[in-house]
Design a protein around this ligand. Structure first.
Ligand code: FAD
Ligand code: NAP
Length: 313
């Protein structure tokens, strides 16, 4: 059933940026409404240990996000399980339509839609998605007990995924397109020490190999970036961990974006190219992309929304 809801501050997204914006906007007595989206809690809900959230030497990603949700609720953020399908930023109040049939109108808008996994774009990757091809070791690692897997990527995510998969798999091959990893040194040290992990340097993946009936992966065809020589790496699972792209689909035609879709914000600010619309977290951040920086930007966005509304009133 369709309905209309008005709020002073609408927050779209429930990762560290969204929940932190909720905490600050609530404490500014703005009675914010937060729409969680398809992934309540955001990207950290698909990881295990988080070891760099200040105050917690180690905490499970899903637990950290549950704590943030509880905090935002406790101080007064209304949290709605829904997905925003379109926004109209051409006039105020801003309008957001939801999948659940609600039209939200808002005096100020905080965008905190984060980022989504990138894929290689291979037809065979698409064919075997969910049947041996995955972008989430935490979600799917369990299916590879006693089996062999391949991970592609050289950043923190790829190294963490490879390490996590050694809990289940007998062998993990990490394929990286260069001869040096991008991941933090502490993670690299763990990777190189792990006897179950082998690194295939200077290779890309050209094709996922497998069976049709039933759909299942049997290996990947890798290619040396310099010599062009092809190698087949046998495996039962292929994990793609090549980074994340900003989730700016909702606003890419209405706000200024750059560097492949990141929403542009003013220096030292979360203000976007439209007054009253603020953007925080991985949606705007091509550089740091951390939970703590996202939370910091969520705080900034709420404080800036408060100032914006005070000026309007
Ligand atoms: P996200 O966490 O990406 O959340 C985006 C939110 O927006 C989601 O709730 C989603 O449902 C919502 N959303 C999207 N579109 C819509 C829509 N149309 N309508 C409504 N809602 C919508 N960082 C660290 O600091 N430490 C770590 O150990 C760490 N480990 C990581 C492990 C993995 C596997 C990954 C993928 C990332 C990791 N990161 C880590 C990075 C960290 O998760 C991100 O920097 C952080 O989650 C970004 O927060 P965010 O709030 O910007 O967005
Ligand atoms: P990332 O840092 O952008 O790394 C992506 C990796 O994939 C790079 O090594 C890149 O290679 C490779 N790659 C990209 N496109 C490719 C392609 N088409 N084919 C083959 N390889 C490709 O992404 P991420 O590892 O997902 O991390 C995202 C952000 O989250 C980072 O800021 C990271 O610090 C953060 N994060 C933090 C933690 C933590 O703190 N523990 C954990 C996970 C993620 P090149 O190196 O050659 O560019």
């Amino acid at each position: 059933m369709s309905s209309t809801r008005h709020t002073r501050v609408l927050i779209i997204g429930s990762g560290p940026a969204g929940y932190t914006a909720g905490v600050y906007a609530s404490r500014a007595m703005l009675e914010p409404l937060l729409v969680q989206g398809i992934q309540p809690g955001g990207q950290l809900t698909i990881t295990t240990e988080v070891e760099n959230w200040p105050g917690e030497t180690e905490i499970q990603g899903p637990d950290l996000m549950q704590n943030m949700e509880a905090h935002a609720r406790a101080v007064g953020t209304e949290i709605v399980s829904d997905i925003i399908t379109s926004v109209d930023l051409s006039k105020r109040p801003f309008v957001a339509q939801s999948d659940g049939g609600t039209t939200y109108t808002a005096d100020a808008l905080i965008l905190a839609t984060g980022a989504q996994a990138r894929w290689l774009g291979l037809p065979t990757e698409e064919k075997f998605k969910g049947f041996g091809v995955s972008a989430c070791a935490t979600c799917d690692g369990f299916f590879y007990r006693g089996k062999e897997v391949v991970v592609i990527g050289g950043g923190n995510t790829a190294v963490e995924e490879a390490l996590f998969l050694t809990k289940f798999a007998t062998k993990v091959t990490l394929i990286h397109r260069r001869d040096e990893l991008r991941a933090e040194k502490i993670l690299q040290n763990r990777l190189f020490k792990n006897p179950k992990i082998e690194v295939l340097w200077d290779h890309t993946v050209e094709e996922v190999l497998g069976n049709d009936a039933p759909l299942s992966v049997t290996g990947v065809k890798a290619k040396h970036v310099k010599s062009g020589e092809e190698t087949v790496v046998p495996c039962d699972g292929f994990f793609v961990a090549i980074g994340h792209a900003p989730a700016s689909e909702l606003v890419k035609d209405q706000l200024e974006t750059h560097m492949g879709g990141y929403v542009v914000t003013a220096p030292d600010s979360t203000a976007t190219s439209t007054p009253g619309v603020f953007a925080a977290g991985d949606l705007t951040d091509h550089k740091y992309r951390q939970a703590v920086t996202s939370a910091g930007m969520g705080c900034m966005a709420a404080l800036e929304a408060e100032h914006f509304l005070a000026e309007q009133e």
